[in-house]
Write a protein that binds this ligand. Sequence first.
Ligand SMILES: *[C@@H]1O[C@H](CO)[C@@H](O)[C@H](O)[C@H]1NC(C)=O
Ligand SMILES: *[C@@H]1O[C@H](CO)[C@@H](O)[C@H](O)[C@H]1NC(C)=O
Ligand SMILES: *[C@@H]1O[C@H](CO)[C@@H](O)[C@H](O)[C@H]1NC(C)=O
Length: 188
Amino acid sequence: MAPISAPKLLTASTFSRFLLLLSLSILMHCFSSQATVQPPWTTEMVLYFQDFAAGPNATLIPVAGIAGKLWTFSQFGTVYVTDDFITETPDPNSPLVGRGQGMYVTSALDGSSTHAMFSIAFTNRAYNGSTLEIQGTSKQFEAVREYSVVGGTGKFRFVRGYTTFETISADTARAYSVLRCNVTIRHD
Ligand SMILES: *[C@@H]1O[C@H](CO)[C@@H](O)[C@H](O)[C@H]1NC(C)=O
Ligand SMILES: *[C@@H]1O[C@H](CO)[C@@H](O)[C@H](O)[C@H]1NC(C)=O
Ligand SMILES: *[C@@H]1O[C@H](CO)[C@@H](O)[C@H](O)[C@H]1NC(C)=O
């Protein structure tokens, strides 16, 4: 009998301790979930840039470069202006989130790096009129390119963080590619 009743007693006494711990942890959870709405907090987004590098509806165009050289991605000094549209999914017909507007300059003498400076100008309901400012140099031909988020406007005042860009599909005949842009930002 003893081996059976002993665990029962133990269970009864640990149960009240369990209740105490439970109410403590509920209290602590309330405090910690309240704390998450206080800054700093982190926002993550996954956006898709629809990029047309040629044709009548090009959204990325070389506008300047070194005289006598071809104005290409891999030629140092080539300046591109861009106004890509940004969508919720890789599908170009998916809902618009905003536009990626600014410039890229091929900034390594050997052509391997590009310097990006552009805004993500949001037009979706959640962030309409707000912008994120993207800047930095990255190895343009690597699978993952990373740039800083140096600031923002509207709902993104005082933010900072980083973005990664990956080319997830490329149709070379149409000079059309879709870039996945992951944004991680911290709000003060
Ligand atoms: C360019 O855009 C116009 C207007 O949206 C459209 O009618 C045309 O088919 C597009 N051309 C190409 C090559 O995508
Ligand atoms: C965004 O704001 C503009 C005016 O500032 C307005 O015309 C447009 O309808 C708004 N878009 C959304 C999705 O709320
Ligand atoms: C970007 O986000 C997607 C979806 O969460 C993920 O699959 C991908 O690995 C991320 N890319 C990078 C470079 O972190």
